[in-house]
Design a protein around this ligand. Structure first.
Ligand SMILES: [Zn+2]
Length: 176
């Protein structure tokens, strides 16, 4: 499933995909099997070659709880906030400056995706977006609560004068 970016109108266009419209069914099978999914995107040209993609996606997948081994449906929801830029060859320094795509004073996290040949590969993009949301370790709702409590006790033990390890802090955030 690819969108021809040169056909996106100047005022932007909505794109919606789900199991009924079926465009992404096959490419997402390995991640979410036959579960429902909903992808909403609004694509708008920023200039002659860069595009913004905003929207959201939601789906679920069958997981086995790492603690109690119960099977449960893991919900996946994600906001999309992406800039599409044409594929760039690296310059002599091996670095390509992406600063020109920064969005004003927006504090939202914006990611950058490169496209090839005027085409945005929606299947690959959505597959990647969902794959990134899948936790390494899955806990069902009741085990999730237990894990959160454990994490809290651990933080308390670290003491107030010690800065928490940023990775531990991130882990704590994920669990909430
Ligand atoms: Zn469990």
């Amino acid at each position: 499933m690819k969108i021809k970016l040169n056909e996106v109108p100047e005022e932007g266009q909505n794109y919606d995909y789900n199991r009924n419209t079926a465009e992404l069914n096959e490419v997402l099978t390995d991640l979410i099997q036959n579960n429902e999914y909903s992808v909403h995107m609004f694509i708008k040209p920023l200039n002659t070659k860069d595009f913004t993609v905003t929207g959201n996606l939601s789906t679920k997948r069958r997981e086995q709880c790492s603690r109690c081994a119960e099977e449960f449906d893991q919900k996946i929801k994600k906001n999309l906030n992406e800039i599409l830029i044409p594929h760039q060859e690296q310059d002599r320094t091996g670095k390509y400056s992406k600063s020109h795509v920064m969005m004003g004073d927006s504090t939202d996290e914006v990611s950058v995706t490169e496209y090839n040949k005027q085409q945005f590969d929606v299947g690959e993009f959505v597959h990647e977006a969902i794959a990134l949301e899948i936790p390494f370790v899955a806990y069902c709702d009741s085990c999730q609560k237990t894990e959160s409590t454990d994490a809290f006790i651990y933080d308390e033990k670290m003491g107030e004068d010690k800065k928490p390890n940023p990775f531990q802090a991130l882990k704590g955030l994920k669990l909430n």
